[in-house]
Design a protein around this ligand. Structure first.
Ligand SMILES: [Fe+2]
Length: 374
């Protein structure tokens, strides 16, 4: 067999190429939008693409599955419960796909998402047992996928983790993420084993109640541009530009500079609405990072923009995205609202909505946002 893990440092995602060296049939699991790398590999190895499998509808990166499906003979596969607006081969729990001598077995492991599947790889000439499992965002290294982005279920995640941890010790685990927002406490290694996770994954030791409350504790910070990315992956919009693909330099200002910011500047609070409601910097406007791309036309281009979050991490990436979209007068607040609060400055609790800006559609089309309504 052939197996390759491909790590995407931009979004912390892992994708996989599995193939039979005998039949030259290949499957690609959770492909990134950068599909040329897979096409080059298929060409070099003389592999024929049979299956493109998305373990679930992704919320943090745009999938390359539909682009790869266009290759002759390739089928796009998702769990039968996936809610998408394009045709796909619906997979059932326990179903096996043949890939030359290999068997690709589907394991429905909902939790992070209702439709999430794990993929067991079996190579019968070597063993009747699986030797590896691709877990998507169910079991991660030292963690599990977050169930609280919408469409997830912590109790289902508990059942899925229990099911996965019943696999034999030696089964190698290859997750869909090695870093990024889909898990709170990932270790950073790109793979592990069932035996190691059963012993040392901190969530594996919790009973159901403690597991559920740990996973649902606090306000979930949905990923940057999740609304646009998810709609694109469901086939309801075409916004591949919504992924942050550049690492633009962003000016950072402290909370004192924020307090004396120019009158015409717009301060965008990119935290979740619930965090905003619990107290925000006076005058800051709520625009959650998850909605930034889908609400981009509302961000004025003719005034300085200051992004703000809880600690300065989300706001920095939001500012990088605004720069990627051609907004150069942008700064991020170092230390965020927490630093503002710690400095004893006053908080506001009312609602401040972003006024419709005067940005025209043609201006945004020029900036690369060819279609932004979903
Ligand atoms: Fe995910």
């Amino acid at each position: 067999m052939y197996f390759k893990q491909i790590l995407d440092e931009r979004c912390g995602c892992a994708s996989y190429v599995v193939a039979s060296r005998q039949s030259h049939e290949a499957a690609i699991v959770d492909p990134s939008i950068d599909t040329q790398q897979y096409e080059a590999l298929l060409r070099e190895r003389n592999f024929r693409l049979r299956y493109v499998i998305d373990t679930h509808v992704h919320a943090d990166h745009v999938s390359g599955a539909r682009e790869l499906r266009a290759k002759p003979g390739a089928e796009l596969c998702l769990h039968e419960s996936a809610q998408v607006a394009y045709p796909f081969r619906p997979l059932k729990d326990g179903e096996e796909l043949a890939l030359g001598q290999l068997r690709v077995r589907v394991l429905h492991t909902p939790g992070h998402r209702a439709e999430l599947i794990s993929i067991l790889i079996i190579n019968p000439p070597r063993s009747p047992e699986p030797s590896m499992v691709l877990t998507g965002d169910s079991l991660l290294v030292g963690d599990v996928g977050r169930p609280d982005f919408g469409g997830g279920d912590a109790a289902a995640q508990y059942e899925s983790l229990t099911r996965l941890l019943r696999l034999p010790d030696w089964v190698a685990v290859f997750p869909g993420h090695f870093e990024g927002p889909c898990g709170k406490g990932m270790c950073g290694r790109p793979s592990t084993t069932i035996g190691f996770e059963r012993l040392y994954n901190p969530l594996a030791r919790l009973d159901r109640g403690a597991f559920v409350s740990t996973l649902t504790d606090g306000v979930p910070a949905r990923p940057l541009n999740m609304t646009a990315i998810e709609a694109t992956n469901r086939g309801l919009a075409h916004m591949p530009w919504a992924m942050l693909t550049t690492a633009a330099g962003v000016r950072e200002i402290d909370v004192n500079a924020l307090e004396s910011h120019p009158h015409d500047a717009v301060v965008l609070d990119v935290r979740e609405p619930e965090e905003y409601a619990h107290g925000h910097v006076p005058g800051a406007i709520s625009l959650p990072q998850a909605d930034l791309a889908s609400r981009l036309p509302e961000v004025p281009r003719d005034r300085p923009v200051i992004t703000l979050c809880e600690h300065g991490i989300r706001s920095f990436r939001a500012a990088q995205f605004l720069r990627q979209m051609g907004i150069d007068q942008v700064a991020s607040v170092k230390g965020g609202t927490a630093a503002w609060r710690a400095a004893g400055k006053p908080l506001a609790f009312g609602d401040t909505r972003l006024e419709k800006s005067r940005v025209t559609e043609s201006e945004w089309t020029h900036a690369g946002a060819s279609r932004y309504s979903i």
